[in-house]
Design a protein around this ligand. Sequence first.
Ligand code: DER
Length: 227
Amino acid sequence: YSQDELKTLVGQAALKYVAPGEIVGVGTGSTVNKFIDALATVKDSIPGAVSSSVASTERLKALGIKVLDANEVQRLAVYIDGADEIDGKGYMVKGGGAALTREKIVAALADRFVCIADESKRVDVLGAFPLPVEVIPMAAGQIARRFEALGGQSGIHAQIRMKDGAPLVTDNGQHILDVRGLKIADPLAFESEVNQWPGVVTVGVFAHQKAAVCLLGTARGVQTLEY
Ligand code: DER
């Protein structure tokens, strides 16, 4: 299978977690786009979706799926989203698509986070993928220095994500730092620590909002991992 075929496989496999009559929480990214395309085939069986980005909202609406505001729902049975990395406990690094803040918000509404990913996302230790952190622009410099000063780890480097020659601006009007050189041995503690740094909007470690299930696309087909 190509990576694109693996994404299609897991996007379709995620349909089995969509219960008729239930509003679905929908993440962001190329793998989620495959899920949205699959969801469109059963759109008459669900009242709608809560979206984690402008990009996903546009795709859902284009396919005739009703998009509800997060404040219109109390709970979601399921949240379907991709990841940049997922470890053996279902902890993830997310934010490659710059949607990490709303992804974590919608994930927090859901009883079960179902991660859909191709096998390239499976890691033992989080951090090889540059960690996305959404920041208030005026705090970017001091947050970058805090990462670079993290004890015991040399070669950590944080940089503002650029787009078309200027800092990328998120759906929430903030900037993204991508932090290279980290080895995140304790994702829960790391997420709690960074979350409290002034100016951090969201850190792209999803440990407190970890996956309950991962549908992993592999050369041997879809593996269902539970955590
Ligand atoms: O930005 C995100 O968190 C996305 O979910 C990302 O982690 C996965 O995107 P992909 O499916 O395009 O690799």
